[in-house]
Design a protein around this ligand. Sequence first.
Ligand code: VAH
Length: 318
Amino acid sequence: MRKVLITGSLGQIGTELTMKLRELYGNNNVVASDLVAKEGFEEIIQSGPFEVVDVINANQIAEVVKKHNINTIVHLAAILSAVGEQKPQLAWNVNMNGLYNVLEVAREEGCSVFTPSSIAAFGDSTPKDNTPQDTIQRPNTMYGVTKVAGELLCDYYFHRFGVDTRGVRFPGLISYKALPGGGTTDYAVHIYYEALKNKKYTSFIAKGTKMDMMYMPDAINAIIQLMEADGSKLKHRNAFNIAAMSFDPEEIAAAIRKYIPEFELDYDVDPVRQAIAESWPNSLDDSAAREEWGWNPKYDLDAMTKDMLEKLRIKLGL
Ligand code: VAH
């Protein structure tokens, strides 16, 4: 029986993954954790065990793992790309020392580890269209540097110590439950809220800037599918390219106008986040994930837009 510890449980992925894994493995077998027990997250904090864990404190991780007999760590706590450029030293400390601490506890306590990488692990010199699974990775953001280093560190812990490490390279994730926290792709979440509330949105990402994106239900399924996959079939293990859709602001606006015809989009480009976006792929080759563990997304832009608007109307009481 899996006994799971999730770090970063109150983040954009964590809030949905925690509830899904509690459904799957039983509430008491999934320990949620985050830096603080934030207000407004009662469903997570009260539906199963919750611990305060600062991932740069290895002892806190070890104590919780031993207290709850954890055998699987899903490590989500991280500083994302845009905040990472404002606070690069913090991003290195949390993303690298946090991951190192998780891997060391996993090595000592015999836990498996799932932690996501990102398309941010690619840079300007990476082929931008249909980016290969195995290719050059020279990112120019601190977040991207920590993602490449994290992929290599997880591979090392598997080959050197036998820790069962697994991960995917997530694109931008879109969800209606918890807001994203300081990423470059956040515009693709905010646009839906603003479309419903104000019928217009000012994008900080420029017209024509394509980025890979994914609806959260597909992302959650990817984590579970990879965690449950037969490890003997995994050649890439820690950094599977996974893709679902690729679009630019004009394309998501056109999808929204199918439901809100009067929706208006204009631009006030943020040069920092625009530069980050331009360094990332336009589209990914995810054939390795499809072959090695059956990756198969369900949502395209239209299906996601329909569901996002329906669920947000309820959430916002509109
Ligand atoms: C970010 N949402 O924007 C994250 C993600 C590919 C983007 O890693 O930083």
